[in-house]
Design a protein around this ligand. Structure first.
Ligand code: NAD
Length: 355
């Protein structure tokens, strides 16, 4: 069978640590082009990752115009997700667009609708849900272990791990702050776990309290003078069936959590469970009544899953077999709608109701 010809647009951190390595692990795809407005960066990625068959370009329109390219991976900063994805879809390419799918729900919907109309595949990169622990918790939900689930929490309060590289601290460059970075994972995870994307209302608060405290950051210090985005966001998301999601995400805190990553906890009337660390990605702690006594057990999930490879494998298989990608485009669009609502609520102090 003919290999799928893939182009990667944007050759920064996520392209070189997730997309390209995971694509290279497959023998049914060929990376034929890489594009970055910074040509040296693209050339370096090509050399470092041994992309001998790929040509380098600096204008994504060249990728769109290339009739030999079947699939495009959009790995550029957030504001360019919509224009690049739309151009690639209109040129007949399947598109994996990194999270967040877009900056606005209107744009996200247009991307989803365009892909559908043109019979093309579209997905986005909220792969954190494919860690072993959330996959186990999702199975527990399906098995009815929790009973009636009324509370889900997702948390990623990083102790000073703000991405100080690229455009992350600039509203013009990134579209927003942590809500567009950790936010998509933290919003998607509880909804995916419970298979419930039916939002009733959103109340959100954002902060930029750490902007003037750049020292001690894992990824280096940032420039407070080039920092006009939120570094922390909290939200209460109520679903139409009454279930409540509490979401917290922050780039830099003075807190030391036991589990540093995107972690979730589920509360139901029969049982509750959370991800505990260190090793949060494959440890599930369950609490329930056993023989009349409240009992807590922690299980280590031995089956290894590489969340990045899972995302890319399901993406390529969906294209080859006309199936569904791991992250459905409608799910990614709903995540964008919630992000937009959190920003609106934080600005107005009011609860935002969905139709
Ligand atoms: N799924 C995940 O877990 C995850 C993790 C990190 C980043 N991301 C997402 O990936 C995207 C990129 O993040 P990153 O950390 O790799 O950033 P980065 O700054 O490391 O890389 C972005 C690259 O895009 C290039 N670029 C900018 N505009 C371009 C354009 N118009 N055409 C071609 N190239 C362009 C830049 O020169 C840069 O090399 C963001 O949207 C981010 O939200 C996702």
């Amino acid at each position: 069978m003919k290999k799928l010809n893939v182009a990667v647009i944007g050759t920064g951190v996520i392209a070189t640590t997730k997309h390209i390595p995971c694509l290279l692990n497959r023998d049914d795809v060929k990376i034929v082009a890489i594009c970055d407005i910074d040509k040296e960066k693209a050339e370096k990625a090509k050399a470092d990752l041994g992309l001998t068959d790929a040509y380098v370009c600096t204008d994504y329109n060249q990728i769109c115009k290339d009739p030999d390219i079947d699939v495009v991976q959009v790995c550029t900063p957030n504001p360019s997700h919509y224009p690049i994805t739309m151009a690639a879809l209109k040129a007949g390419k399947h598109v994996h667009c990194e999270k967040p799918l877009a900056l606005t729900y209107k744009d996200a919907r247009e991307m989803v609708d365009t892909a559908k109309e043109l019979g093309l595949k579209l997905t986005s990169g909220t792969q954190w849900r494919y860690n072993p622990a959330p996959m186990k918790m999702k199975q527990m939900v399906k098995d009815g272990v929790f009973g009636d689930i009324y509370y889900v929490k997702s948390s990623q309060l990083r102790p000073r791990r703000l991405p100080a590289y690229g455009v992350y601290t600039s509203k013009a460059g990134n579209g927003g702050g942590v809500l567009l970075d950790g936010g998509p994972h933290s919003i998607d995870l509880p909804m995916w776990l419970t298979d419930n994307y039916d939002v009733k209302s959103v109340y959100g608060v954002t902060f930029d309290k750490m902007k003037n405290f750049p020292e001690g950051n894992d990824l280096g210090p940032w420039d407070p003078n080039n920092f006009d985005v939120e570094d922390t966001a909290f939200a209460m998301i109520t679903m139409k069936n009454g279930m409540t999601i509490y979401m917290e995400t922050a780039w830099a805190t003075n807190l030391q959590q036991s589990a540093i990553g995107v972690v979730a906890e589920i509360g139901g009337n029969k049982a509750g469970a959370d991800m505990v660390g260190p090793g949060f990605e494959n440890h599930v702690r369950t609490t329930k009544i056993v023989d009349g006594k409240l009992t807590t057990t922690t299980e280590k999930i031995e089956e290894p899953v590489n969340m990045n490879q899972y995302d890319i494998d399901h993406w390529i298989e969906a294209i080859k077999n006309d199936g569904e990608p791991a992250v459905l485009p409608e799910q990614a669009a709903t995540v964008v709608r919630v992000i937009e609502a959190i920003y609106e609520s934080a600005r107005t102090g009011k609860v935002v109701f969905f139709d």
